[in-house]
Write a protein that binds this ligand. Sequence first.
Ligand SMILES: [Fe+2]
Length: 77
Amino acid sequence: MYSKEVENTDIKKARQSLIEEIEAVNWYETRIEGVKDPELKRILEHNRDEEKEHIAMLLEWIRKHDKEQDKAFEEHD
Ligand SMILES: [Fe+2]
């Protein structure tokens, strides 16, 4: 199921990090809604977008190391 070089615990750590990155995007979006200062708003939007990059990086890593997950991206309905 998992690639040989990666332990099951590493997969779980990657999934948990993915959860936290997705939550971070939601936290930033909620926070941005209430910001009055335009400069702070730009900073928070930038930070939110970086979290989206982190999501992409983790998803790529998970796909690389969890073959069933990778297959699901290719074969889902
Ligand atoms: Fe992040």
